[in-house]
Design a binder for this molecule. Structure first.
Ligand code: FCB
Length: 482
């Protein structure tokens, strides 16, 4: 019924059946531009791009790297939309210097990349693979040499297959393995790598990887929800402790996919609101609350039976130096009695601008999630650690004159400025992403890059948005058009 990208990103998606049947549209969100008073970002604002190891590196067997769950998943016929894989991707393991030049060439002062766990610990545990760490050591040095500050994500969905074979995140031991891995990284890189993001969008990995089966490890088992969620939260807490124990000069945070959940209206409005609240608890609060409050929302009570142990919530609750917020679009939600979760995607409000995935382009959602974190979670320092849009859907060539992307970025950056004016402590913005890459289950059909890549030569080709972003990062002034 929907293209795969819609189901993931619109997420309404805990149960997808019937989401396209004619329903009353959702409340709220008419046109949603924010109008900040000033268009000037502060001088010390962090400007960066974000990437992930599996989506970019290729070289899947180089220097002793072990397989991850995504190596296994991408080979299962029918799992990746265009039948492609990430064995080459943007070839960034070999061409990392090209990437660094591209980043520095855009005047950016930060780069968010992820470390591949199975390069460091090929089976997820046991002896450390020094050659894997050497690669990231070279990358960090190359960035620092150009004045670009590295921000490393430790887990961007590529769990070592060796750990999956032992139950993956459903196995409580995996939490401790994450902490051990964090310890190995900081022991080698901590003298130069100071910024750490423990998890990337754990909600996506939990729901799309374990409940819907659209992502690795490809499980479709709603009964895993509690264990997977909690063990990631626990692992995050343990990993933060491990980093803090190793060094006192780090900035440690984590990144969440925060989405405002908006219920459909109409005669079932009351019930739709319940469904929307349920999704909000599972998608947003199940990650925010354990970290900032040492608690879980009510909807998790049942799934956590037999999983949560005494003392765990003291570990999940940690002081972080910042929260990373990834934002693409709001979720529109309705009740669906035929779905096991009773939750389904609803159509966005009529007339709303949509992107190539059919998602509502809605900068007010970004403003909303930033303000929610400010109000309800003690106004932490925040970075927008991902935001961006894809080329119009399809497997055609990249669109180099990507004015739609420029417009998307400009409108969302207005929301960032407005959020700062409202008191949100947003210190930086990482655009997703540097180069069109392997977009998970969508393969190469979905292109989010500021640059394209010529497949045969690996040459990076900047798009119009690259020059636009460069001008912004260099001046700190957000233009008012296009
Ligand atoms: C986010 C993921 C990132 C990429 C973008 C488009 O949900 O964190 O890896 O897929 O979406």
């Amino acid at each position: 019924m929907e293209r795969p990208g819609v189901s993931r990103r619109a997420l309404g998606a805990l149960a997808l059946s019937g989401a396209a049947v004619g329903l009353s549209g959702c409340e709220g969100a008419g046109d949603t531009d924010l109008n900040p008073k000033s268009r000037q970002f502060p001088k010390d604002f962090v400007w960066g791009v974000a990437t992930a190891a599996f989506q970019t590196e290729g070289s899947q067997t180089a220097d002793g790297r072990g397989p991850s769950v995504w190596d296994v998943f991408e080979k299962v016929p029918g799992r990746i939309k265009d039948g492609s894989d990430a064995t080459v991707a943007t070839d960034s393991y070999r061409r990392f210097q090209d990437d660094v030049d591209l980043i520095a060439g855009a005047g950016l002062n930060a780069y968010r990349f992820s470390i591949s766990w199975s390069r460091i610990l090929p089976t997820g545990e046991g002896p450390v693979n020094a050659a894997g760490l050497d690669h990231y050591s070279r990358l960090v040095d190359a960035l620092l040499a150009k004045g670009v500050t590295p921000y490393a994500t430790l887990f961007h969905w590529d769990l070592p297959q060796g750990l999956q074979a032992k139950g993956g995140w459903a196995n409580r031991d995996t939490a401790q393995r994450l902490a051990d891995y964090a310890g190995a990284v900081v022991a080698r890189l901590g003298d130069r790598l100071k910024n750490y993001i423990i998890l990337n969008e754990a909600a996506v990995h939990t729901v799309f990887g374990h409940v819907l089966g659209e992502h690795a490890p490809g499980l479709k088992d709603a009964a895993l929800l509690g264990a997977v969620t909690h063990h990631m939260n626990l692992g995050q807490g343990l990993a933060i402790q491990a980093l803090r124990a190793a060094r006192s000069d780090l900035a440690v945070g984590t990144t969440m996919a925060l989405q405002p959940c908006r219920p459909a209206g109409g005669p079932l409005a009351f019930w739709n609101r319940l469904a929307s609240d349920g999704l909000d608890q599972i998608w947003n609060l199940s990650w925010l609350d354990p970290l900032f409050k040492g608690a879980y929302p009510k909807a998790m009570e049942e799934p956590l039976k037999g999983v949560l142990r005494d003392g765990d919530l003291k570990i999940t609750r940690q002081a972080v130096d910042f929260l990373g917020v990834n934002y693409y679009a709001p979720a529109y939600v309705r009740l669906d009695l035929s779905a096991p979760s009773r939750i389904a995607a609803a159509p966005a409000p009529g007339g709303a601008e949509q992107d190539a995935f059919g998602r509502h382009v809605d900068p007010s959602g970004l403003f909303e999630v930033l303000n929610r974190v400010r109000r309800e979670y003690g106004a932490p320092k925040m970075f927008v650690t991902e935001n961006g849009c894809s080329d119009p859907f399809g497997s055609g060539p990249a669109i180099l004159d990507d004015t739609f992307r420029i417009k998307y970025l400009r409108r969302h950056l207005q929301a960032v400025l407005a959020a700062r004016e409202a008191g949100c402590d947003v210190r930086g913005y990482f655009e997703w992403t540097l180069i069109d890459n392997f977009e998970w289950d969508l393969g190469y059909t979905s292109k989010f890059g500021l640059s394209a890549m010529e497949a045969a030569s690996g040459r990076r080709i900047p798009k119009a948005s690259y020059a636009w972003f460069k001008a912004l990062a260099e001046s700190g002034v957000l233009p008012s058009a296009p």
